[in-house]
Write a protein that binds this ligand. Structure first.
Ligand SMILES: [Zn+2]
Length: 87
């Protein structure tokens, strides 16, 4: 693996939930647990909400962690936009 290639510092999983229809009285009851089931994995993203893979890599090349500039598939030691050191 190219050490200059940007990886997410931390990978987050986005979880979605199926729509659920409940009576209004249940919807207004803040103490009611409406759903804990029927959730599914939407995808993965980094700490900035940028989509990435489960292992923290990005399909569309590198993205600067500091300024978010899409660096494409080229690898840089420093970001050409903000001069951030890229790992
Ligand atoms: Zn940058």
């Amino acid at each position: 693996m190219d050490k200059n290639r940007k990886r997410a510092q931390e990978v987050f999983a986005r979880i979605g939930f199926e729509d659920k229809v409940v009576p209004l009285s249940v919807a207004r009851d803040n103490s009611a647990v409406i759903t804990t089931d029927e959730c599914y994995l939407v995808g993965y993203e980094d700490q900035d909400g940028v989509e990435c893979n489960e292992d923290g890599t990005y399909d569309d090349g590198c993205i600067c962690y500091a300024c978010g500039t899409d660096l494409g598939t080229d690898t840089f030691a420093v970001c050409p936009n903000c001069d951030a050191q890229l790992k």
